[in-house]
Design a protein around this ligand. Structure first.
Ligand code: GLU
Length: 448
């Protein structure tokens, strides 16, 4: 084993392969790496592992950069591209060949096919300490003399990772547990190249409700999808941190800013068991972050997600828009995309436009139209004296609550709600009245 010591300065790496839109699992690995770098005052290196030239695409790099930027996962060096670092790999391959740690051979055992470069596997047991899982021993015999390059200028994954980690001085490798079996192979290569073995932490798999690896079938799995649904970076970062980790010593908190995470997060506290992705919990956490937003910012976000026509109405009738946001939207939604759906389902229409209300819908259960109309007239009488500047849901409720309790709440509140909204599903009539304002409320009640 190498006697060299790791540098004091922590160096972590974000090594995505730009062959698709980055899965939230990789994003979590980078977030954990980032927290460690931030806590220790270390550095992070971003490198695109684009040795698969066919599948690697510039647009995927852009999505990765966008994800890191939006979520505030900062890096200090890079982005590097493995496709631009061939000389380093050629160097390593030559060293391994020269030292007889690698050799050229036919691709397949029967002597057919192209020549490839194989690593001369010493076929021994490799033991490494995983910060999360403790000591792991894997016998490398079964890996045989594995292929490390298709040719001198065409290196494969294990070699490029090792060469880069050594060259970039990486001290801490934090990645998904699907890479555990890569580690012994990579340690063999590090030893052959005279590098220093980094610390390893293999994070638990992220699974869906059915216990299977989280994938599209379960719901959104990339930051871009979450962003489109109107989740906040703060909410997603907060939730990602809880995938496999929670603070120790009975600390039950679940809401953490990135500053708090930096303070509290310890990679050794990460759990070994699979982390279940709970979309409902993500929603709850996201909602907390939404409610922490400054009012102006919140409104901006709502407007951004509203369909254009509705946005125009909210902007034209600013005061009404503000009331709808404060009294209806804030409590209801856990991601901004929900306002689009509400709008499409007509949940805002009746605030801006008098609904056509058929007489029958005013009738409560087995009551009569006459009865409903009578109560509507009573309501008008009882609330008419309330001046505009007192026209609040609470006050209106006060005026009607006891009386409606006596005659039967539904008999009073149902026709009131229907006269104001005309919709089967709508907020309670007091909220509707406050949003519509005094004059419009009285008009709608009288019209019936
Ligand atoms: N490019 C690899 C991936 O995206 C990186 C694996 C590693 O962390 O070594 O899975």
């Amino acid at each position: 084993m190498n006697e060299n010591k790791l540098d004091d300065k922590v160096i972590v790496r974000y090594p995505p392969s730009p062959t698709g839109i980055m899965h939230i699992g990789n994003t979590r690995s980078f977030l954990f790496s980032y927290l460690i770098k931030r806590k220790t005052g270390g550095d992070a290196v971003l490198r695109f592992e684009d040795t698969d030239r066919e599948r690697s695409k510039k647009e995927y790099e852009d999505y990765i950069l966008e994800t890191l930027h939006d979520l505030g996962i900062e890096y200090d060096r890079g982005p590097f591209r493995q496709s631009e670092r061939t000389e380093f790999y050629v160097d390593a391959i030559e060293t391994l060949l020269r030292n007889d740690d690698a050799y050229e051979a036919e691709e397949s055992k029967d002597g057919s096919g192209d020549k490839v470069i194989r690593f001369r596997n010493p076929k021994k047991k490799i033991t490494f300490h995983d910060v999360i899982r403790g000591e792991i021993t894997i016998d490398t015999t079964d890996f045989g003399d594995f292929v490390i390059a298709r040719s001198k200028t065409n290196p494969l994954y294990h070699l490029t990772v090792v060469v880069d980690d050594i060259d970039m001085g990486v001290t801490d490798v934090i990645r998904g547990e699907d890479h555990i079996t890569s580690t012994p192979r990579q340690i063999l290569l590090i030893e052959a190249l005279g590098g220093i073995v980094p610390r390893y932490a293999h994070l638990p798999l992220i699974v869906g409700e059915d216990g299977k690896k989280l994938s599209k079938r379960h719901g959104a799995v990339t930051w871009q999808e979450f962003k489109k649904e109107g989740y906040l970076p703060e909410g997603v970062v907060n939730y990602l941190a809880l995938l496999g980790w929670h603070p120790q010593d009975g600390d039950e908190r679940e809401i953490f800013s990135v500053e708090e995470l930096t303070e509290l997060f310890r990679i050794e506290d990460v759990s070994k068991s699979p982390a279940r992705f709970d979309y409902r919990k993500l929603d709850d956490i996201n909602k907390v972050w939404m409610l922490k937003m400054e009012a102006g910012k919140y409104t901006e976000k709502v407007l951004e997600f509203l369909p254009e026509k509705m946005r125009e109405l909210f902007e034209k009738e600013k005061e009404k828009g503000r009331k709808i946001i404060d009294l209806v939207i804030r409590e209801r939604i856990s991601k901004f995309g929900e306002v689009k759906k509400m709008s499409e389902e007509g949940e805002f229409d009746y605030y801006f436009q008098r609904p056509g209300v058929a007489d029958e819908v005013l009738i409560f259960k087995d009551g009569s139209l006459e009865e409903s109309k009578k109560y509507l007239r009573e309501i008008v009488k009882k609330v008419s004296d309330l001046p505009e500047n007192d026209w609040k849901a609470e006050k209106i409720k006060e005026l009607l609550w006891d009386w409606s309790g006596e005659v039967g709440r539904g008999k009073v509140l149902h026709p009131m709600r229907m006269a104001l909204s005309g919709a089967q599903r709508s907020p309670d009539p007091f909220t509707l009245a406050e949003i519509l304002g005094r004059d419009e409320t009285l008009e709608r009640l009288k019209k019936k």
